[in-house]
Design a protein around this ligand. Structure first.
Ligand code: HEM
Ligand SMILES: [Cu+2]
Length: 653
C-alpha cells in the first residue's frame, strides 16, 4: 500500500532539482499566506461578492489585468532562465529536457495567458466606456469568458507542480506532441489549458463584436467611432473565424492521443502537415488579433498627446479591417520549406501585402505627430518607442516573407529576433501604452511618471540589447530552440550581450511593479476624470466610473465627440432628469462553470475519465441552472443615480 502511494506520488508530483523545490515551496507559501490573509481580515465574503461573482465589465477587466501581469512575471522568469543558460557556451544550468519545457511554457504563456488577457483587460476596461454603453452586450457571458480563461491558465500552470510541463514547443507540432513521443500528462495540460481558455476567447470575440455593433451611443455611426473600438472590432472578426479552428485542431490532437486515432500520424493515413496547416490557420490570425488592438491604442494615444485629430481616420479604419482579412491568407509563410514553389509564391505575396496597410498606419501616426504640441507623458513614450521598433520588426518580416531567402532564416535566431520585435515592440509596448493611458480612468489615481520613465527606458534599451544581436546570431546559423552551443561556434559574445539585455528588461518590469505599488501608496487622486484632456467619451465620466458608467447616455455628434464638446463648451452639465437604470445582476455561475471546466480538464489530462466526465456534467448542470434562472436583472432607482452623481460631482468640483 505504502509502496503504491509512494510510486503514485513520485509520478504525480514534479520532482527534480533544487530550483523546482524552491519554486514549489514559494508557491505553497504564497497560497497559504493568501488564504491566511483572507481569513484573518475576514475578506472571503468580500472576495466572493465583489469579484468572483461580478458581471461588471470594469471589475472583470481589472481581474484580467492582474492575471496577465502575474503571467508576464512567470513568462519573464522563464525567459531569464533560458537567457541565463545561453549566456555562456556549454552551460549546465538547465539540461536539454528542462530547456524544452521552458521555451514551450514561455511561448504559450506569453501569447495565450499574457498578451490575450492583457488585451481582454483593455477591451473590458475601455470599449463600453468609449461607446457610451453601460456594459457589454452579454455581461454574464463576459464573466464566463473570464473564468474560462482563468481556470484554463491555472490548469496550464499546474503542470509546473504536478504531472510535468509540456515540451513540444508553443504550437505543439506532431509527431512530437503525439503519444508515442510525448507520453504522459504534460501535453494534455497544454491541450486542455488552451482549449478551455480558447472557448472563453471565442465568446469574448462574439461579445465585443455585438457590443460594438449594437450598443453604441445614439449618433455614434461606425465612421464616428473611436479607433480603439475599431481595432477591437477588427480583432474580434479575426477571433470569430480563427478560434474555432484552434478548438477543432486541439480536439483532433486529443482524439489522436486519447483514442489512438491517426489524424496527424503518418501511419494510419494521417499526416502531421494537416496539423501544421490547421494550427497556423489559427496561429497567424492570432498574432494579428493581438496586434490590431495595439494599433488602436497607439492611435488614441498619439492624437491625445499630440492634441490633434488623428490623421487619415478613414484610411486607418480601412487598414485595420484589411489587415484583419489579410491575416487569413498568409499562414503558409510559417513553413515555406514544406510547400511547393507556386504555393510559396502566393503566400509570399499575400504576406508582403500586409506591409501596405501597416505602412499607411505608420505614416498616419507620424503625420498626426507632425506639428502637434506633443506631451511626452508615459503612454506617449511607449508610443514613440514603438514606431522604430515596429518598423524594423516589420522590415525583417518582409525579409522573412521572401520565400527563397526564408530557407536561410527558417527556424534560426533571425526569426526569434523578428517575432520578439513585433510581439514586444508592437503588442507588449502597445498594451503598456494602453495600461498607462487608461489607468487613471480605471482606478481614479495617477501612476508615478518618474518611475514609469525608468521602466520605459529599461524596457526599450533592454529590448535592443537583447534582440539586435540575435539577428546576427541567426545569420551566423544559430538554430532556435538549442539549449546550448560550443565555444568553437563563435556565438558566445553576441549571446552574452543578449542575456544582459534580457536582464535589463527584467529590471524594467521590476520598475513597473514598483511604480504601481508606489502609486497605490502615495495616491495622487485624479478628480477631473479627464487628466490627459482626452477626446473620446470615456473621459467624459468620473474616474473610476460608477457601476452604470453613464448616468445619462450621451448624444454623439462628431468624431472625438468629447473633445468637440469641450471646445464649444456644450459639455457642461445641463439640468438633467435621471431615469432608473437597467443593470444585470451578479452571478456565481460563471465562476462555478469555470471551476467545473478545470475539473474536466484535469481529469482528462491524467486520463482519469470519471473525473473528466463529472467535470463536464458539472459544466452542463451549472449552465442549465442559469437557463432556469429568471431573476437576472434589476433597476437602479432614479433617486439613487441622482444621489451617486451628486456625491461624485461634489468630490469633483
Ligand atoms: C521579456 C523579454 C523576453 C525575452 C528575454 C524572451 C526570450 C525568449 C527566448 C530565450 C526564447 C527561446 C528561444 C529558443 O530557444 O528558441 C523565446 C521564445 C519565444 N518567445 Fe520570448 N522572450 C521575451 C518576451 C516574449 C513575449 C512578450 C512574447 C509574446 C508576447 C514572447 C513569445 C515567445 C514565443 C512564441 C517563443 C517561441 C517558443 C517556442 O519556440 O516554442 N516572448 N523567448
Ligand atoms: Cu504568420
Amino acid at each position: 500500500m505504502l509502496e503504491n502511494v509512494k510510486k503514485f506520488a513520485s509520478e504525480f508530483f514534479v520532482t527534480g532539482n533544487t530550483l523546482i523545490y524552491a519554486a514549489d515551496i514559494s508557491i505553497v507559501l504564497t497560497s497559504l499566506s493568501i488564504v491566511f490573509a483572507l481569513t484573518y481580515f475576514k475578506k472571503w465574503g468580500w472576495l466572493w461578492r465583489e469579484w468572483l461573482t461580478t458581471v461588471d465589465h470594469k471589475k472583470i477587466g481589472i481581474m484580467y489585468l492582474i492575471s496577465s501581469l502575474l503571467m508576464l512575471f512567470r513568462g519573464g522568469v522563464d525567459a531569464l532562465l533560458m537567457r541565463t543558460q545561453l549566456a555562456f557556451p556549454n552551460m549546465e544550468f538547465l539540461n536539454s529536457e528542462h530547456y524544452n519545457q521552458i521555451f514551450t511554457t514561455h511561448g504559450t504563456i506569453m501569447i495565450l495567458f499574457m498578451a490575450m488577457p492583457l488585451m481582454f483587460a483593455l477591451f473590458n476596461l475601455v470599449v463600453p466606456l468609449q461607446l457610451g454603453a453601460r456594459d457589454v452586450a452579454y455581461p454574464f457571458l463576459n464573466a464566463v469568458s473570464f473564468w474560462l480563461f482563468f481556470f484554463g491558465a491555472m490548469l496550464f500552470n499546474l503542470s509546473f507542480v504536478v504531472g510535468g510541463s509540456p515540451d513540444a514547443g508553443w504550437l505543439s507540432y506532431p509527431p512530437l506532441s503525439e503519444n508515442t513521443f510525448s507520453p504522459g500528462p504534460g501535453q494534455n495540460f497544454y491541450i486542455w489549458g488552451i482549449q478551455i481558455s480558447g472557448i472563453g476567447s471565442l465568446a469574448t470575440g462574439i461579445n465585443f463584436l455585438v457590443t460594438i455593433l449594437k450598443m453604441r451611443a445614439p449618433g455614434m455611426s461606425l465612421m464616428k467611432m473611436p479607433l480603439f473600438s475599431w481595432s477591437v472590432l477588427s480583432s474580434c472578426i479575426a477571433i470569430i473565424f480563427a478560434f474555432p479552428v484552434l478548438t477543432v485542431t486541439l480536439g483532433l490532437l486529443f482524439v489522436d492521443r486519447f483514442f489512438g486515432a491517426h489524424f496527424f500520424t503518418l501511419d494510419g493515413g494521417g499526416n502531421p502537415m494537416f496539423y501544421i496547416n490547421l494550427i497556423w490557420m489559427w496561429g497567424h490570425p492570432e498574432v494579428y488579433i493581438v496586434v490590431l488592438p495595439a494599433f488602436g491604442i497607439f492611435s488614441e494615444v498619439v492624437s491625445t498627446f499630440a492634441r490633434k485629430k488623428i490623421f487619415g481616420y478613414k484610411s486607418m479604419v480601412f487598414a485595420l479591417v484589411s489587415i484583419s482579412l489579410l491575416s487569413f491568407f498568409t499562414w503558409v509563410h510559417h513553413f515555406f520549406t514544406m510547400a511547393s514553389n507556386t504555393v510559396d509564391a502566393f503566400f509570399a505575396v499575400t504576406t508582403m501585402a500586409v506591409a501596405i496597410p501597416t505602412g499607411v498606419k505608420v505614416f498616419n501616426w507620424l503625420f498626426t505627430m507632425f506639428r502637434g504640441r506633443i506631451q511626452m507623458k508615459t503612454p506617449m513614450l511607449w508610443m514613440t518607442g514603438f514606431i522604430p521598433t515596429f518598423l524594423v520588426g516589420g522590415a525583417t518580416g518582409v525579409m522573412l516573407a521572401v520565400a527563397p531567402a526564408n530557407f536561410q532564416y527558417h527556424n534560426n535566431y533571425f526569426l526569434i529576433a523578428h517575432f520578439h520585435q513585433v510581439l514586444i515592440g508592437g503588442v507588449t509596448f502597445g498594451f503598456f501604452a494602453g495600461m498607462y493611458y487608461w489607468w487613471p480612468k480605471v482606478f481614479g489615481f495617477m501612476l508615478n511618471e518618474y518611475l514609469g520613465k525608468w521602466a520605459f527606458w529599461l524596457w526599450n534599451i533592454g529590448f535592443y540589447v537583447t534582440f539586435m544581436p540575435q539577428y546576427a546570431l541567426g545569420l551566423m546559423g544559430m538554430p532556435r530552440r538549442s539549449y546550448t552551443y560550443g565555444w568553437d561556434m563563435g556565438w558566445w559574445p553576441l549571446n552574452f550581450v543578449s542575456t544582459i539585455g534580457a536582464f535589463l528588461m527584467g529590471a524594467g518590469f521590476v520598475f513597473q511593479v514598483w511604480q504601481i505599488v508606489y502609486s497605490i501608496i502615495h495616491r495622487q487622486r485624479d478628480l477631473t476624470g479627464d487628466p490627459w484632456d482626452g477626446r473620446t467619451l470615456e473621459w467624459s465620466i468620473p474616474s473610476p466610473p460608477p457601476v452604470y458608467n453613464f448616468a445619462v447616455i450621451p448624444q454623439v455628434e462628431k468624431q472625438d465627440d468629447w473633445w468637440y464638446k469641450k471646445q464649444n463648451g456644450s459639455h457642461r452639465n445641463k439640468a438633467v432628469k435621471y431615469k432608473p437604470i437597467h443593470m444585470p445582476k451578479d452571478s456565481g455561475i460563471p465562476f462555478i462553470t469555470g471551476f467545473f471546466w478545470f475539473v474536466a480538464g484535469f481529469g482528462f489530462t491524467f486520463e482519469w475519465v470519471w473525473i473528466g466526465l463529472s467535470g463536464l456534467i458539472g459544466v452542463a448542470v451549472s449552465l442549465f441552472t442559469r437557463y432556469l434562472q429568471k431573476d437576472t436583472d434589476y433597476y437602479i432607482p432614479a433617486e439613487q443615480v441622482e444621489a451617486t452623481e451628486s456625491a461624485i460631482g461634489g468630490a469633483r468640483s
